[in-house]
Design a protein. Structure first.
Length: 94
């Protein structure tokens, strides 16, 4: 599963449309579609991932990004401090 697929899955579980989630992140529907289709080289900006996770009320998106994207592994822990202590059991911080 990619980060875009993870975001789409959570968005659909929450019953939100692309338009609704994009509006919560102060973005356009086309931008969120690009994120969900993994069209950004290197993935979406970590700050945008934080906005998406906050809008969905699901921090598992950040954990998924942290575990699967080297760029996020360096940036997200600075913005979401509970991830600074992540170990082999990422569910321990949820």
């Amino acid at each position: 599963m990619t980060i875009g697929q993870k975001i789409r899955e959570v968005r659909k579980e929450k019953g939100l449309t692309l338009e609704e989630l994009a509006a919560c992140c102060d973005r356009k529907k086309s931008w969120l579609s690009t994120v969900e289709n993994d069209a950004f080289k290197g993935g979406p900006d970590p700050d945008d991932l934080i906005k998406i996770a906050d809008a969905l009320g699901d921090q598992s998106i950040l954990i998924y990004a942290l575990l699967h994207n080297p760029i996020c592994q360096r940036i997200i822990p600075r913005a979401f401090t509970p991830l600074n202590n992540i170990n082999d059991n990422p569910s321990a911080i949820l």
